[in-house]
Design a protein around this ligand. Structure first.
Ligand code: AMP
Length: 403
């Protein structure tokens, strides 16, 4: 069983792996609480069903032992506030100074239905990232059931994300609601995608996206390539790209990907024109040029108007859309238009009935920044995990629940 079944959680102590790896400022205030908010529906469903929730997570990259700046204690007050607001009543969040050991065990054992316990940072133990089975077994003793709601770490075979699942019977482990939404959206894209299926891949580097492009060549009808990585392709095709971003050691890979696409009858769309700049700066002089005729000393920092039009037309024809990576340096106002036009086209295609998934840090930041997050079908919380999923890899966090 992998499906979330709250009815099974009545009276149970539910050990939930969440991804509370949120950014904190110097005063330990949370600067972006989206990851916490994303898992509130699961916690609420457990409490509403008459279970108690024992939450465990990592935070930051501690160097193998406790460090105050990575303590999950800093999250307690805000979690309490968010949960209480959501549930319309006061929900107290208990905290255990250690994720295993006597205190954690006692606090977990004493939990009553409707109560919440947050455990200290799992990564204060190196055993967590090593996937140590003894550590995983100790964690497993804290709960009667195991729920994995941490899609962001589903690509890691860590103790709390994967190894722990073997200590629970199949009917005592399941995905949480967030994980379920992530997995079903990703599976819809990869396995039941209605055609035409357009994947839009952008960002800085070809090298980061080779595996995903290769895997998508077997599934997509169209692949749009934008962002800095497009110039490696343009150069591989014999173009002049000035001082645009280029991975010289990937020119051959780019050529091979284009050949594979032709063989697989997948249309690759590269930007015909670009917004070029004299330097990498929001104050730079800018102009429009063909992407394969960029003058010496200039660099392409966004797709141009012709590319915007062509990409939008392709997106509007699509029934399935995956977007990973911006079309340009959208953090700087003069180079935003390309990414914005893609976000707009995806929103419009979604209104027309397409299924659209946006995933990967920077494209998610872009849809949020431009206000389109609620106009696409699904915005993923998983960066690395989502990429690995679309590279065709089996994610240990998913496999462990299903096995
Ligand atoms: P990635 O992390 O590989 O998805 O890349 C995202 C980053 O690529 C963003 O910070 C963008 O500013 C950057 N980027 C996008 N297009 C370009 C470009 N044409 N030249 C340089 N950087 C770019």
């Amino acid at each position: 069983m992998s499906q979330f079944q709250p009815a099974r959680l009545k009276g149970k102590k539910v050990l939930v792996r969440v991804d509370f790896n949120v950014p904190l400022d110097n005063d330990f205030h949370i600067t972006d609480d989206n990851r916490i908010r994303a898992t509130l529906p699961t916690i609420q469903a457990i409490l509403d069903a008459g279970g108690s929730a024992i939450l465990m997570s990592h935070l930051g990259r501690p160097k193998g032992g406790p460090e105050d700046k990575y303590s999950l204690r800093h999250l307690v007050a805000h979690l309490q506030h968010l949960l209480s607001n959501r549930m319309g009543k006061n929900i107290a969040v208990e905290f255990a100074d250690d994720c295993i050991g006597e205190q954690a065990f006692q606090k977990a054992a004493g939990l009553l239905p409707g109560e919440v316990l947050l455990l200290e940072n799992l990564r204060f133990y190196p055993e967590e990232e090593k996937g140590d089975a003894i550590f995983a077994e100790k964690l497993s003793k804290l709960g009667d059931c195991y729920v994995n709601d941490a899609f962001g770490t589903a690509h890691r075979a860590h103790a709390s994300t994967a190894v722990i699942a073997q200590f629970f019977a199949p009917d005592q482990k399941m995905f949480g609601l967030l994980m379920e939404g992530e997995v079903s959206s990703a599976e819809k894209i990869l396995h039941v995608s209605e055609k035409p299926f357009t994947a839009i891949i952008g960002g800085a580097k070809v090298s980061d996206k080779i595996l995903i492009i290769e895997n998508l060549l077997q599934r997509a009808t169209d692949i749009i390539i934008g962002g800095g990585m497009a110039y490696t392709f343009k150069k591989a095709m014999g173009g002049n790209i000035g001082k645009s971003l280029c991975e010289e050691d990937r020119l051959e890979t780019a050529r091979q990907l284009l050949e594979k696409a032709t063989a697989a009858a997948v249309t690759i769309h590269l930007p015909e024109d670009s917004v070029i700049a004299s330097e990498f700066s929001a104050q730079a002089e800018t102009a429009i040029a063909l992407s394969n005729q960029i003058p010496e000393g200039w660099m392409g920092l966004d797709i141009g108007p012709k590319a915007q039009e062509a990409f939008s037309a392709c997106i509007l024809r699509s029934k399935t859309i995956l977007w990973n990576g911006p079309m340009g340096v959208f953090e700087m106002q003069p180079f935003q238009a390309g990414t914005l036009s893609v976000a707009k086209a995806i929103a419009e295609a979604t209104r027309l009935g397409a299924f659209s998934l946006v995933g990967g840090g920077d494209s998610v930041a872009a849809v949020n920044q431009f206000g389109f997050a609620d106009q696409v079908s699904y915005v993923s919380t998983g960066g690395g995990a989502l990429l690995e999923y679309f590279e065709g890899k089996e994610l240990p966090g998913i496999a462990a629940i299903r096995s």
